[in-house]
Design a protein around this ligand. Structure first.
Ligand SMILES: Nc1ncnc2c1ncn2[C@@H]1O[C@H](COS(=O)(=O)NC(=O)C[C@H](N)c2ccccc2)[C@@H](O)[C@H]1O
Length: 530
């Protein structure tokens, strides 16, 4: 029986796999090593060491601990990635508080929806925040380098839990809701640590690494970046969101902070490749690039490889429900006939497999099936939505009697000759056009073969008369080749029902807050054209 007097200070069972335990495991060994390198403007950046990060976390945790919050209580963190927000998420983790990152740029309605759904005990905003709106109930505060300031304490609560276990929730990420109501992906400590352990076996960065992170904290890509850096004894380099859309400034941040690894969705490279190719090529300190979230258009990927021949480019596939799944190095140079990138095999400790509509596992090359993932990094479920959880967390179709749960991804892939997988769209992105089943990705890949097209998005809209219209938006560098040239090219290379009836050349594709192509915005633009 452990007397209370020697109970762990932060209610953490020493044996538990916890997020804060994992991310701070190098503190004792390299206390004076850079943990976070923050760009402050031309010629200025600040360094937070592992010791300083740990001290700031302990300071935040000591203040939070006085508030009578309990394991499992929710804390909304409105912040971008910074040394403070990392220290704050670690502090929450050390007390078993569930942090829910939301972007300072997130629409008010989205934050209100998340607050209403999760009933947070505390709403914390980084000191640099400018939002006027605040939740009407629960504790309220801001945090910065000088600590946590509460403008409204949380209602008094009573601690019921005795210790934090690995199955307790570390964080919740709300999906973008691009395909319906945003869902809260509930991630346990042991799942996120299991994912980190799998990822770190690739040795993507070493202790000299500086990992530039370009995703909003509300997108779990940022949590991958933080885990990749701190788990490797390297440093996190947050790229200020406001500079990301200015190619020259984006590259200046990378150059002045000494970034060696640049992580982000494909769209972060689009304007850089178009307008600052030479400055990108001058960035010789970059040793690696990792992208995820959607397919990287092959013409743009080739341009990135040419500008950064020394960089190892990794295609990271996965969904928030298991954080990510596979890390596949892009061949350098890409073979000339490359149409689709491999998403390879799952990280060590996990396994991807594909099944047909009957749930039969597919081994033969070239036959598409739905990706399922066996992994210890599974999410716990969607917050307050057991029906959706049951659709994603299913018994292993290859061994249903075992009761073993796997992730059903909703993604389609087929096997290559070596058993590796090739992503080929989402189950729900299969559309019927005049009675024919069409994979929109196949139309996009064909559009990308037209000379000068660097990015393309195909989608279907209802023409109001019960028919669907196949439309395409393309980023195209030879403006004299108009949409009709592209349509003729498609007509020569695709069956008639796959030829976009509407093609528009655009300077850039709209992106969501997470940096993915914003298909809803494109559909809305089409609707306005009627
Ligand atoms: N490399 C890909 N090629 C092609 N389609 C993809 C790819 N990575 C995802 N996707 C797509 O994006 C979906 C997941 O979307 S998501 O839930 O918003 N999560 C993410 O996109 C980020 C994901 N959690 C993550 C975070 C950190 C590293 C890797 C992956 C997947 O189901 C795929 O459809």
């Amino acid at each position: 029986m452990t007397p209370d007097s020697i109970r762990a200070h932060h209610f953490t069972d020493p044996g538990a796999e916890t997020l804060h335990g994992f991310l701070l495991r190098h503190v004792e060994r390299i206390p004076d090593h850079p943990a976070v390198v923050e760009y402050l403007g031309p010629g200025r950046h600040s360094i937070t060491t592992y010791r300083q990060l740990n001290e700031r976390m302990q300071g935040y945790a000591a203040h939070l601990e006085e508030l009578g919050l309990d394991v499992g209580d929710r804390v909304i963190l409105e912040a971008d990635t910074s040394s403070e927000s990392i220290a704050m998420l670690l502090a929450c983790s050390s007390l078993g508080l569930v942090f829910i990152p939301v972007s300072p740029e997130a629409p008010e309605l989205r934050i209100q929806m998340i607050a209403q759904a999760t009933e947070p005990r505390l709403y914390l905003r980084s000191r640099t925040g400018i939002r006027e709106w605040t939740p009407s109930s629960g504790g309220l505060g801001t945090f910065g380098p000088d600590g946590l300031r509460l403008s409204r304490p949380p209602e008094a609560g009573r601690r019921r839990r005795r210790a934090l276990t690995g199955t307790d929730t570390a964080y919740m990420i709300f999906t973008s809701g691009s395909t319906g109501q945003p869902k809260g992906v509930v991630m346990s400590h042991q799942s996120v640590v299991a994912f980190y352990r799998g990822m770190l076996q690739y040795g993507i960065v070493d202790e000299t690494g500086r990992v530039a992170t370009t995703s909003p904290l509300q997108f779990d890509f940022s949590l991958l970046d933080i885990g990749l850096a701190l788990g490797s004894g390297a440093a996190v380099v947050p790229v200020p969101r406001a500079l990301l859309r200015w190619p020259r400034r984006f590259l200046q941040v990378l150059s002045e902070t000494g970034a060696t690894q640049v992580n982000g969705v494909p769209s972060i490279w689009r304007q850089v490749l178009r307008h600052e190719y030479d400055r990108l090529a001058a960035l010789t300190a970059v040793r690696g690039v990792l992208f995820c979230g959607e397919e990287f258009p092959v013409p743009e990927l080739r341009a990135l490889q040419e500008a950064q021949p020394q960089a190892c480019i990794v295609n990271c596939y996965g969904s928030t429900e298991s954080m990510a799944c596979s890390f596949t190095q892009v061949p350098n140079p890409l073979p000339v006939d490359t149409k689709v990138l491999s998403i390879g095999h799952a990280h060590p400790g996990a396994e991807m497999f594909i099944v047909d509509e009957q749930g039969i596992s597919l081994q033969e090359p070239g036959v598409p099936g739905e990706i399922h993932i066996r992994t210890p990094a599974l999410f716990s479920g969607y917050w307050a939505d057991s029906a959706s959880s049951r659709r994603s967390l299913v018994v292993d179709p290859e061994d249903p009697r075992s009761g073993r749960i796997v992730l059903r991804t909703g993604d389609l892939a087929y096997r290559g000759s070596g058993g590796e997988l090739y992503f080929c769209g989402r189950v729900d992105s299969q559309v019927q056009i005049r009675g024919n089943r069409v994979e929109l990705g196949e139309v996009e890949r064909r559009l990308l073969e037209f000379p000068g097209v660097s990015a393309a998005t195909a989608l279907v809209v209802d023409d109001g008369c019960g028919e669907v219209v196949l439309a395409a938006f393309v980023v195209h560098t030879n403006p004299e080749d108009g949409p009709d040239m592209i349509q003729k090219f498609c007509a020569r290379n695709l069956p008639a029902y796959m030829v976009p009836q509407f093609v528009e050349c655009v300077e850039s594709l709209p992106v969501t807050s997470n940096g993915k192509v914003d298909r809803a915005a494109l559909i809305a633009r089409l609707a306005l054209k009627d």
